[in-house]
Design a protein around this ligand. Structure first.
Ligand SMILES: *[C@@H]1O[C@H](CO)[C@@H](O)[C@H](O)[C@H]1NC(C)=O
Ligand SMILES: *[C@@H]1O[C@H](CO)[C@@H](O)[C@H](O)[C@H]1NC(C)=O
Length: 572
């Protein structure tokens, strides 16, 4: 029945339940959701409301949506029809008949009329919450992705009149400001300390937005308003939106807003720029999904919302014969994460089980005539590194055996961003055009010396790199694989991080040149910038390196510092 009318006003007068339900320990909360053109996010954000860990009979919904150009209204209808019942009250005005643009609008950018309308709607919601005697009101943007179901309880436990969880965005944009108008260097510094997590906890700030919980029981909130009194307009405030109006009224009430960053609460998209279009929200969402995958399971929706998800992208190998992902059997979660990323961006990869350094025995090595060696300043090689080198070696052999002409090899702690396929294509196109003889392309590298590279003439992206570490991600041709196995590297097995530079001629004084006649013949190129990144950097919370874990050493163990250098495991 809800879907019958083009626009509808749904008011479940279950409000009366409010009187019946005992106060209990759960404050009543009105959730205010304004929706416009949020088709990409809504299936996820509504699912998170469905899953919120909070008694629904203590939650009221206040939803308004108009001037949509996408399926937002339809999604809201569908969700409300199915999920409205348990709530304390539902007031939803979803106008499916309003035109796509307001009279003063040109494109996706918020117009003054729109900003005013949003302020007015929030103000109306606030007034309604007060009338209904709600304990709290939670203003939640329809594109905010929260990482857990307990968020509301966590915000309540802060016990502040106006509190927001800090949200990150892929572009470094957040939902708090350390000044209302122009920002001083000190205020910028305060912002970056909070945003980066160098300080953790809850902090008083002049402005929060996007996910704001207000405690109406606190008398100081009586003066809060989303509607700007124009005489208060400060010259330094550029856009007087609802959040700025709220911040000004908060300041005038002598009330501090609170931002909390004690946990990783969630993500928000980067606002669309004037040159972007609505469809760019899908890219924003994709970026948020990939970011979520770094630490969390894939974002998912309640069954009813699956209807509104776009079909998954068709998979490709990005012009390569095979994309190998090397991973240890005992780390299946890494493959699951990377596979989930690839499912999102439409990449087909195969998993290759790595040789596990922890399980390596002398017998295994003897049987196969494998002789691990140290290289250069590093006089030893540890078991993790041997496992790593062997894993890469067996893939090179596989490339030759299967007669593949070009492949990508990734370690399973790589993490692609949304533009990985496009940037890979650009790089490979340039390499094919300017250096068609290429053997090996770094997709990620750590340069030993940042400026140590030669540009390739006529190229935008392609360089000839100097000594570089890591074999996290690279492309390899069959001729490259042939070069890499030519001199039987098992007999003098070096750490693969050193072996590649040796074969590309970037380790000119190595004592291993003699036993490797092919040293210097591997034609190695790289992107000027990395086109894929490790999921965690060394030293970052959660970083684990299976290649450098020091269980046991082979070779001549040398002096202190170098042990440290290679012992980078930071188990948490
Ligand atoms: C829907 O929008 C149209 C055009 O803006 C307006 O005339 C109409 O009153 C709105 N309906 C509701 C229920 O708000
Ligand atoms: C390997 O593949 C190439 C084409 O990439 C083909 O010319 C060659 O005959 C193949 N070799 C074998 C042994 O299948």
């Amino acid at each position: 029945m809800l879907l019958m009318n083009a626009s509808f006003v749904l008011v479940t007068l279950a409000v009366l339940k409010a009187l019946a339900v005992a106060q209990g320990s759960n404050p009543s909360v009105m959730i205010v959701l304004l929706v416009r053109n949020k088709e990409a996010y809504l299936p996820y954000t509504l699912s998170q409301l469905s899953r919120l860990d909070y008694p629904k009979e203590r939650l009221a919904l206040w939803i308004a949506s108009d001037h949509n150009q996408d399926r937002s209204a339809e999604i809201l209808h569908t969700w409300l029809e199915r999920y409205n019942l348990p709530y304390l009250s539902v007031e939803a005005v979803v106008n499916a008949s309003s035109p796509p643009l307001r009279p003063d609008e040109r494109g996706a950018v918020q117009s003054p009329g729109r900003l005013r309308a949003v302020g007015d709607m929030k103000q109306e919601a606030l007034k309604r919450a007060r009338t209904l005697g709600m304990d709290m009101v939670w203003f939640l943007d329809a594109d905010v992705v929260l990482h857990d179901r307990y968020i509301l309880r966590r915000l309540q436990s802060v016990r502040k009149p106006v509190v927001a969880p800090m949200l990150r965005s892929v572009g470094g944009y957040s939902n708090f400001q350390t000044s209302i108008g122009r920002t001083s260097p000190q205020e910028e510094d305060a912002f970056s300390r909070i945003y980066s997590g160098r300080v953790r906890g809850c902090f008083a700030v002049p402005l929060v937005r996007s996910c704001v919980l207000m405690d109406l029981r606190d008398p100081r909130t009586a003066g809060l308003t989303f509607v700007s009194q124009s005489c208060e307009l400060q010259p330094e405030v550029e856009t007087l939106d609802d959040a700025v109006a709220l911040a000004i009224s908060s300041r005038n009430s002598g009330l501090k807003m609170t931002i909390c960053n004690g946990e990783d609460f969630g993500l928000m998209p980067v606002p669309l720029s004037p040159t972007q279009e609505l469809k760019d929200e899908w890219q924003n969402l994709l970026a948020m999904k990939l970011e979520t995958l770094i630490d969390y399971p894939p974002m998912s929706v309640v069954p009813l919302m699956r209807l509104f998800l776009p079909p998954p992208p068709t998979k490709s190998r990005l012009g390569f014969d095979r994309i190998y992902v090397i991973g240890l059997e005992r780390r299946p979660e890494r493959w699951r994460r990377l596979k989930a990323c690839f499912d999102e961006i439409g990449v087909e990869a195969v998993r290759m089980l790595a040789v596990d350094g922890r399980k390596l025995t002398d017998e295994f090595l003897e049987e196969r005539n494998i002789h691990p060696r140290g290289e250069g300043r590093k006089k030893f090689i540890n078991k993790g590194e041997v496992g790593c080198s062997l894993s890469h070696y067996y893939i090179w052999r596989d490339v030759i055996k299967q007669n593949l002409s070009r492949v990508i090899i990734l370690e399973d702690d790589s993490h692609p961003s949304a533009d990985f396929p496009a940037r890979l294509r650009q790089l490979v196109d340039e390499a094919d055009r300017l250096r068609p003889e290429w053997d090996f392309l770094y997709l990620f590298r750590e340069a030993a010396f940042p400026d140590d590279f030669e540009p390739v003439e006529g190229s935008e992206h392609l360089i000839r790199p100097g000594f570089s570490y890591t074999t996290l991600a690279y492309a390899l041709t069959r001729s490259g694989a042939e070069t890499l196995v030519r001199d039987d590297p098992l007999k003098n097995l070096l750490c693969v991080d050193h072996y590649i530079p040796l074969m590309s001629g970037e380790v000119p004084f190595s004592e291993w040149m003699e036993v490797y006649p092919s040293a210097g013949t591997l034609r190695v190129y790289s992107g000027r910038e990395n086109i894929i990144e490790p999921v965690k950097r060394i030293g970052e919370h959660g970083f684990v390196s299976d290649c450098t874990e020091v269980d046991d050493l082979f070779g001549e163990v040398s002096y202190g510092n170098e042990v440290e250098e290679c012992n980078m495991e930071t188990l948490t």
